[in-house]
Design a protein around this ligand. Structure first.
Ligand code: PLP
Length: 443
């Protein structure tokens, strides 16, 4: 990279530009070669505020697994959120922000002894369980934990979680509560998750009804519970969805849990972070193939399913963002998008018919709304690097958060908006000594 070009990973303060303008400027500069994300901190902020406004009774414990980008978790911490952590690594990341361990729920129902002692030593108190086996392990390794029984609620979701997690409400929950009591373990609440990307608005209501029944059972037995965890699952693509679901949740809470001393928490992931990030990547190569009487453009990109484009949800789209060649024809053509690795499965949005204008090398595509479960899944397969993130923020929001503990030492920049992100290409190695006598290729 041209050393005169200032590349920075600080947070870029916007004046009148949009996050898209920033991406365009970076690409037009010709200096940004590798795939990248633009993280719009204002959009994440708006999502958090909207969630708080529509669900005022509920405290957010951000499910950081959806997007553990440092700026996202710092923003959540600055705005007073708690965190749903699902591994010691996540706990560690949050505690390093000086967040109290009591602001963490270790929301995993199957934990190794090591995970339990790690959480306990870190000062985390709350976790979930859904089996007798887990209760016995908790008794042995984390007997002072505060437990939430996770019940299965399977909504109409893109990712149903019920096969893997949650005990059966009808046949298992009461026995587990009795077993916990017999083991002298403290069950303080009920947790459920309706599945990630949930379309059925009544699922949370069913969860709350079942939670109420378990609260009543415990009260009858002289044991008091005080927390309901309604999990995540909120759709991120339409605001009417959270509007509808929140109405039902609010009225059900009023009816079933009117006591303000019962703490109601949620673990939204996707809803808070998805719309705040878009992904930009460029075309490495193009081939035309003929299948029957169909011609298909095979377009090879510099990010793929082993990078940050593994999953595609029904609302995902892709668009040609910036042409690098003079092509006037914008007719849409059938296109297959391939990632950069040598693996034959590295096909992006495999189950979707994609139609794009004819692409040529160095064109850029945009994958909008890729903030949740995208970069979080990226691997280093084949020594490919993960895309970097350009974080952008408005002057107004920057003023609000700049003196907070999380952001006061951050480098905020108002430089040329086109400046590229630091290169992730490995530095060159030119070894000339001690070269080994292995097979070599004929020159
Ligand atoms: N909580 C738990 C226990 C989860 O397993 C998940 C996702 O798998 C979430 C919260 C976040 O769900 P979502 O991103 O759908 O809101």
């Amino acid at each position: 990279m041209d050393s005169k070009i200032k590349s920075t990973n600080g947070i870029l303060i916007l004046e009148n530009e949009t996050p898209e303008d920033v991406a365009k400027a970076m690409i037009k500069s010709g200096q940004q070669k590798e795939p990248f994300y633009v993280f719009d901190m204002d959009e994440a902020y708006r999502r958090i505020q909207y969630f708080k406004k529509t669900l005022p009774r509920i405290q957010i414990f951000y499910a950081m697994k959806a997007n553990d980008n440092e700026r996202m978790i710092k923003l959540a911490a600055t705005l007073g959120m708690g965190f749903d952590c699902a591994s010691p690594g996540e706990i560690n990341k949050i505690l390093n922000l000086n967040v109290s361990p009591l602001s963490i729920i270790f929301a995993v129902t199957s934990k190794s002894p090591y995970w339990m002692t790690y959480a306990q030593k870190s000062g985390v108190r709350h976790t979930t369980f859904d089996s007798s086996c887990e209760l016995k392990k908790i008794k042995q390794y984390w007997s002072d934990a505060r437990l939430l029984i996770r019940i299965k609620i399977d909504g109409e979701s893109i990712y149903k979680l019920g096969e893997k997690f949650g005990c059966e409400f009808e046949t298992e929950a009461i026995d587990l509560l009795e077993e916990a009591a017999a083991l002298d373990l403290k069950v303080v609440g009920v947790a459920f998750h309706v599945g990630s990307g949930c379309f059925s608005i009544e699922s949370h209501m069913i969860g709350l009804q079942r939670a109420r029944a378990l609260f009543d059972h415990e009260a009858k037995a002289g044991r008091e519970m005080s927390i309901v965890d309604i999990g995540g699952g909120f759709l991120s693509d339409r605001t009417d969805s959270i509007d509808q679901v929140s109405k039902l949740i609010n009225s059900t809470l009023e009816e079933l849990f009117p006591d303000p001393n019962v703490q109601i928490i949620a673990e939204p992931g996707r809803y808070l972070c998805d719309s705040a990030s878009s992904m930009y990547c460029s075309v490495n190569n193009v081939r035309k193939v003929t299948k029957g009487d169909e011609t298909i453009n095979m377009v090879y990109l510099n990010d793929g399913i082993f990078g940050s484009l593994k999953y595609n949800e029904p609302w995902h789209t892709v668009k040609l963002f910036e042409r690098r060649a003079e092509i006037k024809n914008d007719t849409l053509e059938k296109t297959i998008l391939w990632g950069p690795s040598c693996h034959s499965h590295d096909r992006i949005m495999q189950n979707v018919d994609i139609f794009l204008p004819q692409c040529t090398p160095f064109d850029w595509l945009v994958f909008p709304r890729r903030g949740a479960y995208a970069l979080a899944f990226a691997s280093y397969f084949s020594c490919l690097e993960k895309p970097l993130i350009r974080s952008v923020i408005s002057q107004q929001l920057w003023k609000k958060i700049k003196d907070s503990e999380d952001f006061k030492s951050e480098e905020f920049v108002r430089t040329d908006i086109s400046s590229p992100l630091p290169s992730t290409l490995p530095s060159l190695t030119n070894k000339t000594t001690n070269i080994r006598p292995n097979y070599t290729l004929i020159i």
